[in-house]
Design a protein around this ligand. Sequence first.
Ligand code: DNO
Length: 359
Amino acid sequence: MEMTLRWYGAAHDTVTLQQIRQIPGVTGVITTLYDTAPGEVWSRERIRAMKEEVESAGLHVSGIESVNVHESIKTGAQERETYIQHYCKTLEHLGREDIHLVCYNFMPVFDWTRTELARMRPDGSTVLAYTQEAVDRLDPDRMFASIADDMNGTVMPGWEPERMERVRELFAMYRGIDDEALFVNLKYFLERIMPVCDAYDINMAIHPDDPAWSVFGLPRIIINKENILRMIRMVDNPHNGVTFCSGSYGTNLKNDLPDMIRALKGRIHFAHVRNLKFNSPTDFEEAAHVSNDGNFDMYEIMKALYEIGFHGPIRPDHGRMIWGEKAMPGYGLYDRALGAVYLNGLWEAIEKNDKRSAG
Ligand code: DNO
């Protein structure tokens, strides 16, 4: 595996490439062209400039998170043909620039959902948190307004003001679309892009829905073992793979994370590894990466990844806001750096044990 950090680009991130370069064991970044709209074709020139910037800092681009999917593709609207062609062009351009990993999601309207961006933990750190009660009480407009003030002056992925302005219209587009219809539209999209992925060796890595259940009555399908296996099998091509995100699948305590990892052997192209602390099954907050700060056994998660021969990029994910840092919530430098070092340490121990027992 390769340890990486997510980076939003110099114009959008509070963390610099130079800082990332100083985290021991981190060799690559996962990045994007943050100012592109879903459906836009990414030019080769812009991709090349992004790569050169990263490489001149002594790092490399390990993958893209995300190339966002236009809503018309998710809803199966007529304009999807144009947007699928655009998506294919972007994939081709990435492949030609030697980038071979693309993370995306198929969540209607919202990307991930949280109800608080700065919940205080007993040690004074702040974290992203979710409580179903708040979602049941608020409508999406009001929820957006209540969290917009906590973004520390940044724009969070999935919560861009342009998207929020269109929230009602976006909800209307999904009227009549249930989980089955969303599966059909995902299959259509994947079948159309796979030839390009084959030609340019692009690994597609779908990100799970977060939280892993329906919010505001919208359909959500990438939520558990059964559904993700269905998705893998319905378009049976090794380029059709997943981002294994422990923090997203882990929102549903019924999901057995190491078991899911083993079931997805060969199809996990990218991993987000983080921990959650549950106060009740429907109230959770994000935690430090170490096992004893949350509910997950991080050793078992890393061990399962090791055992399936995972060799893609891993990134520590989110993390607490600590030591007075002001950054995009979940994307500060300090706690993610601690996470990277911890996860690298776990991996090293697992690898050593394995080699020792193999004699
Ligand atoms: C949240 C992220 C997601 C993820 C997208 C992938 O912090 O994990 O926004 O990047 O869902 O498309």
